[in-house]
Design a protein around this ligand. Structure first.
Ligand code: SF4
Length: 441
């Protein structure tokens, strides 16, 4: 099945038979971001094994997350779920004293229909700690969408803005525009960078969802404008609009200098500000990237798709002079990503390259056949396929690194290109050895 956006972008949908991380992996970055939180994943040993292996060395750092491991007696309803969870949460309260406990529902809690949302408010009252429930399971979501479910649940806990009157009467003293809350979890250095970029344009960021601490969640409500920094936060966006009555600013995402500029310009235009010095800023960043751009220009790339950052990254790489054959993506929200898709289209036209195929719910098996045919210079994919492809003489970049690296804003564009060019640089250096293909076909 395929449909066209402005007769140019072609969307396809395959079987959904692809590799990605389970969304419960979001605990790894969210517990670090929200300093006073504790994440309790309610699942089985399968989930535990995944977390333990995927998060690598982090598990030795006494992380603020744990597994409530379901046993046979839980599943056959012989034990009382409520009592068990209460016991665990009391223990967490005693040992760590967090300001919030986040319950992460998994495939098993879905299948046995454990009523987490029903139990949480009761328990919350009894033990006197907020309990937020997020169903970040592998049945419904992929990888980064885990953060989306947590933030959507947290959006409901943000305090209501006192000033309920409609603009322009809710103008604050410090700024001459309505309050702006940005959503998406980013390391605090990147938060500071993006906040400063907007401040330079005379725009005050009144809060971030999530904040550094649960107790400092931003106030939301009618008249508050919200804007996302990650392409995978469509549920959070919907919750902010529908439940909290916020106004969503639909902009491309601040990934790459082109995306960052478009993101700032969009926010400026909503607040009626004329952007200052952005064009020069962007060209300066591009000029600084020239050493990397030389390596990627004219090369081709294939995204197998597993983290939902693909459209933004593809758009940036096309601007860098690469040709993108295919953008695989687990889930495509055309409304939330509308501005990003438009920018992708514009970029393809400006760079005079064909539009990439966008394949939602890709099938890794078919993709491998296409990779064989296209022989792209670089495949961005998960660890399951990296080494097998490398052994067949195809350069790969492990996609998960884009999720954990700092890729937002003007200054971090270098980081993206550093990741993208690393395999190209390495394999260039090793070419002389003549071992590019290591398997018999
Ligand atoms: S896919 Fe389901 S069972 Fe597997 S780790 Fe994720 S939540 Fe657990």
């Amino acid at each position: 099945m395929s449909s066209a956006l402005n007769e140019a972008l072609v969307f396809e949908c395959e079987t959904g038979n692809y590799h990605t991380f389970c969304p419960i992996s979001c605990v790894s970055w969210l517990y670090q971001k929200i300093e006073d939180s504790f994440f309790l994943v309610i699942g089985t040993k399968t989930c535990g094994y995944f977390l333990q292996n995927a998060l690598g060395v982090m598990i030795f750092a006494e992380p603020r997350y744990a597994m409530a491991e379901l046993e046979e007696s839980d599943i056959s309803a012989q034990l009382n779920d409520y009592k068990e969870l209460k016991r665990l949460c009391l223990q967490i309260k005693q040992d760590r004293n967090p300001s919030v406990i986040v319950w992460i529902g998994t495939c098993t809690t879905e299948i046995i229909k454990m009523d987490l949302e029903g139990m949480a408010p009761r328990l919350e009252e009894e033990i006197n700690i907020p309990i937020v429930v997020a169903r970040a399971n592998g049945l419904d979501y992929a990888f980064t969408q885990g953060e989306d479910t947590v933030l959507a649940a947290m959006a409901q806990r943000c305090p209501e803005s006192v000033n309920k009157k409609k603009e322009p009467s809710n103008l604050t003293d410090q700024s001459n525009h309505p309050p702006l809350v940005l959503f998406g979890s980013l390391p605090s250095t990147v938060v500071t960078q993006l906040t400063l970029e907007l401040k330079n344009q005379g725009i005050q960021v009144s809060g971030w969802l999530p904040s550094q601490r649960y107790t400092e969640l931003p106030t939301l409500g009618e008249g508050v404008y919200v804007c996302g920094v990650h392409p995978f936060l469509s549920r959070t966006a919907t919750t902010l609009m529908r439940r909290r009555k916020c106004k969503l600013i639909g902009a491309p995402f601040p990934i790459g200098p082109d995306g960052t500029r478009a993101w700032i310009e969009k926010i400026c235009s909503v607040f009626g500000k004329t952007p200052k010095g952005l064009e020069e800023r962007e060209s300066k960043i591009w000029a600084g990237l020239e050493d990397y751009l030389k390596l990627v220009r004219g090369k081709s790339v294939f995204f197998m798709g597993d983290n939902l950052l693909e459209i933004s990254l593809a758009r940036f790489l096309i601007r860098c002079g690469m040709v993108v054959y295919e953008v695989g993506i687990p889930y495509m929200d055309k409304r939330f990503q509308a501005a990003e898709l438009l920018l992708l289209q514009k970029t393809c036209k400006q760079m005079n390259v064909p539009m990439p195929r966008i394949v939602e719910k890709p099938d890794n098996y078919y993709q491998i056949q296409r990779i064989r045919e296209f022989q792209p210079s670089l495949v961005i994919t998960g660890m399951a396929h990296c080494n097998p492809l490398e052994a067949r003489g195809i350069d790969t970049k492990w996609s998960v690194e884009f999720t954990f690296a700092q890729i937002h804003g003007f200054t971090n564009a270098r980081e993206i290109l550093d990741l993208v060019t690393r395999p190209l640089r390495r394999n260039d250096n090793l070419k002389a050895l003549g071992w590019s293909k290591l398997v018999k076909n």
